[in-house]
Design a protein around this ligand. Structure first.
Ligand code: ADP
Length: 482
């Protein structure tokens, strides 16, 4: 059995070689549960990015000409390698990211599932023959890989977010330069180890750590990069969109969210509580589809609050490596301080703390599950993405009112609602302006279903049969003189 530190690499993976940064500089990686340094990674910059893009461009020549069947087999092997090391990869993930081991295992399992899904999709990249309007000409449509893909990923799902990009890119015949978040580089660098084991050719997957600004600038500015796929904040997404404009790249963006979670009077209360706990407190609230605002109808408001607080009080905060822990630390100091400021803002504007509310140890990154009652629209928690274990609960009266409140945000990623009324189920889900809707369900992500936001939550779709389209160009060929 391979242990987590055997999968930990402290160099970037470029063109099949493990390398230091060109400058020789490195960055420390911290375990958020203990504050200890668990290692270093290269602090790469623009020159390193150019090298990685060059390696990906060279590898593209051969990889883009392989058969779909070949790419499918390579991806299958990669998926198997991930599962073979599931426990070690999960521990590596927990040590750099903080989430409980059980959640890390699930994430690694999801990574394998995404890669397998796209191994299968690789063989289904069909074209068309279109009935020609001309008797002497024939029309065919084929799909071709876009080219080198720049993939920039966040720290909250450092393994699966990269799988969701590497999978379709490789399936389509593209090559990848990946830049993981500085806080969590090891789960991404592990893809270098896995790629070697699975026989992915050199240069097809490159993983580069270092300065986000420099590497991102090089990726977006390079004419040799055909597409940027990004998961992260709306703010950085907008920057990358602007930077990509000059070279007219394809872009896909999975950005922030502000998910409403609506509980109607006619909901199955116990089911709604279970869904709210999952949708709010998974990964200590650090997911872009975590609920940000809980709207509860007046008739069950008090009962919901009481039961929700009782359920959240059963969550256990601590190091993700310890058994029985459900809530790990937040990723860093600024993440905890943001939650504290949002709680303080809500309290000065009239919210009531029902559970939690403050760190027990001001030096740690552990923030307890926190519930605020009587939240109002003028509070920061209503408009900003909280990204922490804070659940603001709002009281509402009517269906029309709550739909307006739920849609009153610049974001449009996930939303959830609970009701046992069938016609309301259709009515409400049709009116909610979101890319993902959970009806009587709080956890809805799977590799087989599309994932993507509307409004300022993003562009494009990941996962599912739709997730490969953004990695392909459509080519129309007209053959005349027949
Ligand atoms: P979060 O707020 O969740 O940390 P970010 O959008 O800041 O989200 O980070 C997501 C990813 O974007 C990370 O890999 C981060 O390093 C990267 N990133 C941050 N700033 C830039 C930038 N200016 N250019 C390119 N990538 C960036």
């Amino acid at each position: 059995m391979v242990s987590w530190f055997e999968l930990k690499r402290e160099k970037s993976f470029i063109g099949g070689v493990w390398v230091e940064a060109d400058s020789g500089a490195s960055i420390e990686v911290i375990d958020p549960a203990t504050g200890e340094i668990i290692g270093t990674v290269p602090n790469g910059g623009a020159r390193d990015a150019r090298r990685a893009i060059g390696a990906a461009k060279t590898a593209f020549e051969a990889w883009s000409c392989t058969t779909a069947d070949h790419r499918s087999k390579v991806l299958r092997r990669l998926s198997t390698c991930i599962l073979d090391h599931q426990d070690a990869l999960a521990e590596l993930l927990t040590r750099e990211q903080g989430k409980p081991l059980a959640e890390a295992r699930l994430e690694v399992g999801a990574s394998a599932a995404y890669i397998l899904w796209f191994a299968e999709e690789a063989r289904r990249i069909y074209g068309d023959i279109i009935p020609s309007p001309w008797p002497d000409r024939r029309i065919t449509v084929t799909k071709e890989p876009v080219g080198v893909v720049g993939a920039i990923t966040p720290w909250n799902f450092p393994s699966s977010m990269l799988a969701r990009k590497i999978g379709p890119a490789l399936a389509a015949g593209c090559t990848v330069v990946a830049k993981p978040a500085t806080q969590t580089p090891y789960s991404a660098l592990a893809y270098g180890v896995l790629a070697e084991q699975a026989g992915v050719p050199s240069g097809v997957i490159n993983v580069l750590t270092g300065s986000a600004r420099e590497i991102g600038g090089e990726m977006t500015g390079s004419p040799d990069v055909a597409k940027i796929t990004f998961t992260g904040s709306t703010e950085v997404g907008k920057l990358l969109l602007r930077q990509s404009a000059d070279t007219v790249k394809k872009v896909s963006m999975e950005l922030g969210g502000n998910a409403p979670f609506i509980v109607f009077d006619d909901a199955d209360l116990e089911r709604a509580i279970g869904g709210a706990i999952a949708a709010k407190f998974r990964n200590s609230g650090q997911t872009c589809i975590c609920t940000n605002r809980l709207y509860v109808q007046a008739g069950i408001y008090d009962r919901f609050l009481e039961r929700f607080a009782a359920a959240a009080a059963n969550l256990t905060v601590g190091s993700g490596l310890e058994s029985g822990i459900t809530q790990g630390p937040l990723i860093d100091r600024s993440a905890v301080e943001k939650v504290e400021q949002i709680v303080a803002d809500a309290c000065t504007k009239g919210a009531r703390i029902v559970l939690g509310g403050a760190r027990r140890d001001p030096d740690s990154l552990f923030f307890p599950p926190t519930i605020l009652a009587d939240a109002r629209p003028n509070m920061r928690c209503t408009q900003e993405e909280i990204f922490g274990p804070l659940a603001p609960v709002y009281k509402f009266e009517t269906e029309d009112e709550v739909i307006k409140l739920a849609n009153d945000t610049e974001y449009g990623l996930a939303c959830y609602f609970y009701s046992r009324d069938l016609s309301r189920t259709y009515r409400v889900s049709e009116k909610l302006k979101y890319g993902l809707v959970g009806v009587n369900e709080g956890l809805i992500t799977t590799e087989v279903a599309p994932f993507g936001g509307v409004k300022q939550s993003g562009l494009g779709t990941e996962g599912s049969k739709y997730g490969i389209a953004d990695f392909l160009n459509i080519k129309y060929t007209c053959v005349g003189g027949i």
